[in-house]
Design a protein around this ligand. Structure first.
Ligand code: ADP
Length: 575
């Protein structure tokens, strides 16, 4: 026992296990093959993917869904470079993740070793912490620090570099000091004075609005949020991934009156959302010039970005909302927005108008289908508690309106970074998590045909692990608007590099057959009946993934079907 030796890869795997890591997504190769095997020996699940990019997206999604980081394990050089896609996406979204990169042997540093690359320096821009353990015995120290850094304060990715010669080198087991599991992040509160001021400002509002961002979803503050919103009868508006923190079908949800709500609100309670492009920088003309923000964020540096708030509350949303509820509870009379107020009337009218317009488009079942009609069929059948992954341009935006979320952290999309190609990785992560923590819950991955293409080959991973994800590819033959098969064929003989607009992809591409090639169930759908049948069968199949390749109008757009198309020559052809 006293002379027992342990390999570096085993020290690393045990350290991850000690910290509570449950999942490692990655691709093996030199020098991390043994790391993946050591991880499995510890009982940590290793999900072998096909590209580090999708693996890094998957690991980051676990961080968002659970508040605990998963790992992404990559090989040296190009492996890390591919994973930087997921690191930057996680950084922009404020999601925790631990990336572990094998690197070339230390003794060969700067000698032009196999896949030698300045990995620690490269990762620095995309992580809260980058490190290379100084010795194998010290790996547990770095793993705990990395784990802790990823979830304390504003969450984000971290990078640990493991030189290849660390993996199989043995050290005396007695020299390794493992670090106990890091406790959950401390619950930081705002100052009592600031909470009082925030409640003063909120109580003075004539047209209040609550904006719920994905930081609120991440903070798992739904209980406190519900008390506040329902107690004061406040209209609320979720951001794309804030959707579901309170149910989209809640009577106080004014998502259908988004523009009006933003434009006319006099006091906005901003919860875990940045005033970036998604919220039009908090500036006119999308907001009143005199709007008062009450901003709550875990990151002090975020307070005041783009707009100075009337009150900035720095702390964890779960704790700060509890503070606000307590302060509101002590006020007599209690602040409750009158449901007959002019503000509610305006918002209700807008919501109803928007609903009518969406319903009208959804009811238009002319073939080829428009987006709304296709989503209407999907929404009628998918379970209301499904985790919905969505990406693409129109596909993502329109599905957000048509497919409600009723549960928190049940929507994953292109996010702050607007990243296309995240869908299949996110869906894999969600499905793996469901198997362990929510058996029977389904994952529905809705993607544009272009978005699917970025990481489409990961369906092999999906089929190999028998993850019963339901993919819905909304296929309009390209990016935004495109060519019908007829127009595509009519350009036969021309120089396609010149005559094809860059938005055009293959007409009627059979993405369903890509899934079928690996054993999944592919469906090619053109009509509402075909969609209904395919979805019903897909739901009944809990052992295999399915894909609905839904062909829609190549000219389909938001609301009314578009009539304008690209440049003149194509317009003539298309008409
Ligand atoms: P959205 O895209 O939904 O608008 P953002 O990603 O822009 O949301 O903003 C999320 C914000 O939430 C970040 O500024 C982040 O610092 C903050 N945040 C993350 N976790 C917490 C938490 N536990 N409590 C409060 N704020 C949080």
């Amino acid at each position: 026992m006293a002379d027992e030796l342990i390999e570096g890869c085993a020290v690393l795997a045990k350290s991850l296990k000690d910290q509570g890591v449950q999942y490692v997504f990655g691709i093996v190769g030199i020098p991390v093959i043994e790391v993946a095997m050591a991880v499995q020996r510890e009982g940590i699940k290793f999900i072998a993917m096909r590209n580090e990019q999708a693996a890094s997206y998957a690991a980051s999604a676990i961080g968002y869904l659970t508040g605990r980081p998963a790992c992404c394990l990559v090989v040296s050089g190009p492996g890390l470079v591919h994973a930087i896609a997921g690191m930057s996406n996680a950084m922009e979204n404020c999601w925790p993740m631990i990336v572990i990169g094998g690197s070339s042997e230390r003794d060969q540093d700067k000698m032009g070793a196999f896949q030698e690359y300045p990995q620690v320096e490269s990762a620095r821009l995309y992580s809260k912490l980058t490190c290379q353990p100084s010795r194998i015995e010290r790996i547990p120290y770095y793993v705990e620090k990395a784990y802790r850094t990823s979830i304390y304060g504003r969450p984000g990715p971290v990078y640990i570099d493991i030189p290849g010669n660390f993996v199989l080198t043995q050290v005396p087991a007695k020299d390794v000091r493992y670090i106990p599991r890091c406790p959950p992040p401390p619950k930081t509160c705002a100052s009592t004075e600031d909470v009082k001021r925030a409640v003063d400002v909120l109580s003075s509002a004539k047209k209040p609005l609550v904006i719920i961002g994905k930081g609120a979803a991440y903070a798992q503050c739904e209980e406190e949020l519900r008390s506040l919103v329902e107690g004061c009868r406040l209209p609320f508006l979720p951001t794309p991934m804030g959707k579901g923190t309170l149910p989209d079908d809640h009577t106080l949800c004014v998502a259908g009156a988004r523009s009006t709500a933003l434009q006319e609100a006099d006091v906005i309670l901003l919860l875990g959302a940045r005033l970036n492009w998604i919220l039009h920088f908090g500036a006119p003309p999308r907001f009143r010039a005199d709007v008062k923000f009450i901003q709550i964020d875990i990151s002090p540096e975020e307070i005041g970005n783009n707009v100075h708030p009337a009150v900035g509350l720095c702390g964890d949303l779960k704790s700060v909302l509890a503070q606000m509820n307590s302060e509101l509870g002590q006020r007599r009379p209690a602040f409750v927005l009158n449901s007959q107020s002019d503000w509610w009337k305006v918002l209700h009218e807008k919501v109803a108008k928007n609903r009518a317009s969406v319903d009208q488009n959804s009811a238009d079942k002319a073939l080829p289908l428009n987006y709304y009609a296709a989503f209407d069929e999907v929404n009628k059948i998918i379970p209301k508690d499904a985790i919905v992954v969505s990406e693409g341009a129109n596909t993502m935006d329109i599905s957000r309106t048509c497919i409600p979320n009723i549960l928190p952290r049940h929507r994953l999309d292109a996010g702050t970074f607007g990243t296309m190609g995240v869908g299949v990785g996110f869906a894999i992560a969600a499905a793996v998590w469901c198997q362990d923590h929510a058996p029977g819950k389904r994952v529905v991955c809705i993607q544009g045909d272009s978005a699917f293409g970025f990481s489409g080959f990961e369906v092999e991973t999906v089929c190999r692990y028998r993850l019963p994800i339901i993919f819905v590819v909304i296929n309009n033959n390209g990016i935004s608007r495109s060519f019908s098969e007829e127009v595509f064929n009519s350009l036969e003989g021309t120089d396609r590099f010149i005559t094809h607009p860059p938005t055009v992809l293959s007409p009627n591409a059979r993405y369903d057959k890509v899934l079928a090639a690996f054993g999944g169930n592919g469906y090619y759908c053109q009509t509402p009946g075909e969609i209904q049948k395919a979805l019903t069968e897909s739901l009944a199949n809990t052992k295999q993934p399915s894909m609905l390749n839904i062909m829609i109008n190549t000219m389909a757009d938001r609301r009314a079907q578009a009539r304008i198309f690209l440049v003149g020559v194509y317009t003539a052809k298309q008409d």
